[in-house]
Ligand binder design. Sequence first.
Ligand code: CAA
Length: 260
Amino acid sequence: MEYKNLLLEIKDGIAVVKINRPKALNALNSETLDELRHAGDAINANKDVWVVIITGEGDKAFIAGADILEMKDMNPYQGMIFSQRGHEAFAAFENMNKPVIAAVNGFALGGGFEVALMCDIIYASDKAKVGFPETTLGIFPGFGGTQRTAKLCGLAKAKELIFTGKMISAKEAYEIGLINKVVPHEELWKEVMALAEKIRSNGPISMGLAKALINKSLFLDMESALMLEAKDFGLCFGTKDQKEGMTAFVEKRKATFTGE
Ligand code: CAA
């Protein structure tokens, strides 16, 4: 599929998905959400991709939210469909069996911050500003923000961010547990690539299984979750990667994983 609003590059096992609407600060319209979902599904099915990075085109914004121009005249039904479109696009990445990194290179607001929060790891530029301005527009975060935020930083901080609509610095977001690491703006890409390459060198099947288990841990009771953990832990022993990883350790060499 030809994308109008995304740039997709795959190299050495790493896929970079760039939201490419810089004139609108990469705001998410329906078309971009559909392309994002398509790209997520295609990346998930692509065995050559082991790690994914999501970022925004340009130097100013990661994503400045859902497209306000498109939402302005929506009726309640259209609003619901738009929210569901976002949920489906994000699910393609959240549920994929590959680690997804957000490289937050500027404003990550509303739906844009929600994109970052559905990623597995968030690295941000020290110039980035994040937040949920939706309540200043008479709506609330509708791409998962009411759900994912509190799970990461607790109910009180999530409510404060959503009720005030205030923007906070990447450093403040880091301090409340919403961001993994803040780096100098000029070094963001280097740091994100180093992280992606580190993850790329590990066993992909084991990471995919671990990602699903960690995500499920938020919703399952301990007993059921540990049952699943034991089953998936066992599955690892049916992979070539487990044999290679442990043989390499015993032979005192670096493992080379094939994803089999
Ligand atoms: N939707 C549509 N267009 C947007 C946009 C958005 N979310 N954010 C920015 N743009 C557009 C602006 O309209 C402007 O376009 P024009 O040049 O054609 O006028 C262009 O991007 C540049 O923006 P600004 O001139 O406003 O740039 P600035 O530097 O003065 O301000 C900003 C930057 C603080 C990010 C400001 O653009 C802003 O506040 N944007 C809106 C942020 C927002 O409210 N996001 C939440 C959206 S609602 C949502 O996301 C719902 C949900 O959860 C599903």
